[in-house]
Write a protein that binds this ligand. Structure first.
Ligand code: GLA
Length: 384
């Protein structure tokens, strides 16, 4: 891959790339729609990701090219940048804007991006491209940001430049991920532990529904808003900063403060899901994959019924998984509204699972999913 991309860079820019960088995507094992509610999540970085090759130019411009898209951007080095339509280059452009606003003097740079994360699949291709750009600029222009600063910059780009009110999980996971580890991240304090992903005789299967994620961003922002409403109503009697500051038992005593049934359902999901992550961490530590799998299924059911971010495609994958004795657990991962599901599948039965879930899904939905056996990889770093 590296050599092919280097060649591509030379073909486009008529000079060799000087530096290469890589940032992965992520899956989240459990703890969904929790990060912007200040609770616990358990993501891991995957081996798919975004590659960035760079070389300085003397023309005082930023050039954004990608091997995935025909669209590209060339823009002068200036003091201010605005989002330009819906193009993919807005993600790195937003990062540049952030560095410039932070007082860093940048100069002309030719960039070539390549991503092997299926785009819009809920595996965080956007966090991946933001973090790889922030990491590269930090090194190239000696900005001396810490890795956590880069995570916060990437999140701010997504919130303020792109306009999605996401939490910090994705950017954190792709920056801090470690091979064969899951990150137990407290999204309020940002304390985290890298724990052995300990899947025993299981492998993590990623099943892409291949459903285009239409309306995902507006629905996502709607959920964020609903949680804010729930929090505000609970704060009438409770001294809390986040929904995840209370557990299920406490919530039961105060849920009457939430006037709207839908909003109450959203809060119920969040608070119960946060409790599930605590149980899942214990199960993983005790190597109890049966219990971990049960919690995954419970998480999916709650995202389907209470949070309403699943859909018939993701449900079909999980429905099939429940019938397969070689699967310990399955659930949708990421924001939902299409995208990917994950399943813990016995290593020796992976091919059988792949064939069976593909058939079940295709019969039901009308087109095939893509099924991968995922490897848990490292976070952002230098390629060369
Ligand atoms: C998206 C967001 C994350 C998180 C998940 C849901 O991936 O970017 O911040 O909220 O959805 O858990």
């Amino acid at each position: 891959m590296k050599d092919q991309l280097k060649q591509e860079f030379t073909n486009i820019y008529n000079k060799p790339a000087q530096n290469g960088w890589f940032s992965p995507g992520r899956v989240n094992l459990i703890g969904e729609h929790i990060d912007y509610n200040g609770g616990l999540v358990m993501p891991c970085a995957i081996t798919f990701g975004t590659y960035l090759l760079t070389a300085p130019n003397e023309d005082n411009v930023f050039r954004f090219r990608s091997t995935n898209f025909d669209t590209y951007l060339e823009i002068p080095v200036q003091a201010d940048y605005k989002k330009d339509g819906e193009g993919w280059f807005n993600y790195p452009l937003g990062v540049i804007e952030h560095f410039v606003k932070g007082g860093h003097k940048l100069s002309g740079l030719d960039m070539l991006f390549y991503g092997d994360i299926p785009i819009g699949s809920g595996l965080s291709s956007s966090a991946s491209i933001e973090v790889v750009t922030a990491f590269a600029l930090n090194k190239l222009f000696n900005a001396t940001y810490s890795k956590l600063d880069l995570v916060k910059i990437a999140k701010s780009v997504e919130n303020n430049f792109i306009g999605v009110n996401c939490g910090i999980m994705d950017q954190f996971a792709v920056a801090f991920g470690e091979k064969d580890k899951a990150l137990m991240l407290n999204c309020d304090t940002l304390e985290y532990q890298a724990v052995d992903s300990n899947l025993g005789e299981h492998v993590l299967a990623v099943i892409n529904t291949n459903k285009p994620r239409k309306l995902a961003e507006s629905k996502y922002n709607e959920r964020v808003q609903e949680c804010a409403t729930a929090l505000k109503q609970l704060q009438q009697l409770l001294d809390i900063n986040n929904l995840c500051d209370i557990d299920t038992d406490t919530f039961k005593q105060y849920q009457h403060l939430i006037t709207d049934e839908t909003v109450k359902n959203r809060a119920t999901h969040v608070i119960e899901e946060n409790d599930r992550v605590k149980l899942a961490a214990k199960a993983l530590a005790a190597n109890n994959l049966t219990e971990f799998g049960r919690l995954m299924y419970a998480s999916h059911d709650s995202l389907r019924d209470l949070y309403e971010v699943s859909g018939k495609e993701l449900d079909a994958v999980v429905e099939y998984a429940k019938t397969d004795k070689n699967v310990a657990g399955a659930r949708m991962t990421g924001a939902g509204f299409g995208g990917c599901a994950i399943a813990l599948v016995k290593v020796k039965a992976f091919d059988e699972f792949n064939a069976a879930v593909t058939k079940y899904y295709t019969d039901k939905i009308g087109y095939a999913p893509s099924v991968y056996s995922s490897l848990i990889g490292d976070g952002v770093g230098i390629l060369f």
